[in-house]
Design a protein around this ligand. Structure first.
Ligand SMILES: Nc1nc2c(ncn2[C@@H]2O[C@H](COP(=O)(O)OP(=O)(O)OP(=O)(O)O)[C@@H](O)[C@H]2O)c(=O)[nH]1
Ligand SMILES: [Mg+2]
Length: 347
């Protein structure tokens, strides 16, 4: 049964970068992965693309042929893809039954909140046997402003209700958050979305009274649904990517059994001496739904410490560790070379 992710979010929230990061991580873990570009305006795709909508239709062609602007043209492209779903289905079938597919969507938010085409495509993918989750990326810098945070909550809720899939909201680019000054609350306040009435003071301070009241009404709407919460993501950080991967695996029910020669997932106990037949089970336990007991990058307080409170100290420590690792690899290579020269000299 093929699995996959519908990667959506506002323009520039990091969708394509996330797809590329996940491609690199999964390739290293020997997990299957294919990335499908569904953005007809994406002319510099960072990842190796298994299927590219540009071979069906491009935004440029639509704009020229139909005299549409970029936004109307984008909606046309999505409707065209919906009409020609068999084009996509045929190519997806070629990826096989065990495929894990990321669908990189365009950034127009109405595609995942109001417009029907993506919703219908998602439904058709479900009927074709895909087990999907939506991964909705939201730029973390919106949490630095109370009213922007409220609109982000509404957008996330809207996407959840519209696409009707298991849904993971993600605060992306969390590594940049420390640049935007102090947060009004700890990070867990924004990710757990528990008691939003605390935002009242911040909203009153920054908005005219009637808009503050409107924002409070929207907050109570979000709270009534009690659906929205966020994971965090720094795409270049392995722990952050692994934690998000586990959350998505839990949402889709994906269980990965790695090949016997796959490297152990980070932070698992090294059991390379175990019998080969024992390894896949052991690995799959640690790389999927259950995950390791201690999930590095999983606790939002650790994310706050790593990326907001002590980012410089952590960065300096990581740099030191990388340098050490580089020196070890270099020394090992030099020792190997020296050893082979000695062997060559022996009669
Ligand atoms: N620091 C940091 N930068 C990121 C991260 N993710 C993405 N970026 C940067 O954000 C910018 C936009 O990323 P894209 O991946 O193109 O965003 P997108 O959502 O695909 O954009 P559209 O397709 O135009 O909607 C790029 O400059 C990325 O390098 C992250 O986790 N950390
Ligand atoms: Mg993109």
């Amino acid at each position: 049964m093929p699995f996959g992710e519908i990667v959506c979010g506002s323009p520039g929230s990091g969708k394509s970068t996330y797809c590329y990061g996940k491609y690199q991580l999964f390739t290293a873990l020997k997990r299957p992965i294919s990335v499908v570009n569904l953005d007809p305006a994406n002319d510099s795709i960072p990842y190796p693309c298994a299927i590219d909508i540009s071979s069906l239709i491009t935004l440029q062609d639509v704009m020229e042929t139909h005299g549409l602007g970029p936004n109307g043209g984008m909606l046309y492209c999505m409707e065209y893809l919906e009409e020609n779903f068999d084009w996509l289905e045929e190519r997806l079938k070629e990826l096989g039954n065990d495929a894990y597919v990321l669908f990189d969507l365009p950034g127009q938010v109405e595609l995942s909140t109001n417009h029907e085409s993506i919703k219908k495509i998602v439904d058709k993918l479900g009927k074709a046997g895909f087990r999907l989750a939506t991964v909705h990326l939201c730029d973390a810098h919106y949490i630095t402003d109370a009213s922007k945070y409220v609109s982000m909550l509404l957008l996330s809720l809207r996407a959840m209700l519209h696409l009707e899939l298991p849904h993971i909201n993600v605060l992306s680019k969390i590594d940049l958050l420390s640049q935007y000054g102090e947060l009004d609350f700890n990070l867990d306040f924004y990710t757990e979305v528990q008691d939003l009435t605390y935002l009242e003071n911040a909203l009153n301070a920054s908005l005219p009274p009637k808009y503050a009241a409107l924002n409070m009404a929207m907050i109570s709407l979000v709270e009534d649904f009690s659906l929205v919460g966020f994971e965090t993501l720094a795409v270049e950080d392995k722990n952050s990517m692994m934690h998000l991967t586990r959350a998505i695996d839990r949402a889709t029910g994906y269980i990965f059994v790695p090949p016997a020669d796959a490297p152990a997932p980070p932070d698992t106990i090294d059991r390379s001496d175990a019998a080969p037949s024992a390894r896949p089970n052991m690995f799959s336990l640690f790389s999927t739904a259950a995950g390791p007991l201690k999930d590095p990058g999983g606790d939002v307080r650790e994310v706050q410490e790593r990326w907001i409170d002590y980012r410089d100290i952590y960065d300096a420590h990581e740099k030191k560790m990388w340098r050490k690792e580089g020196e070890m690899v270099r020394d090992e290579a030099a020792n190997l070379k020296a050893g082979s020269k000695v062997r060559e000299r022996k009669p």
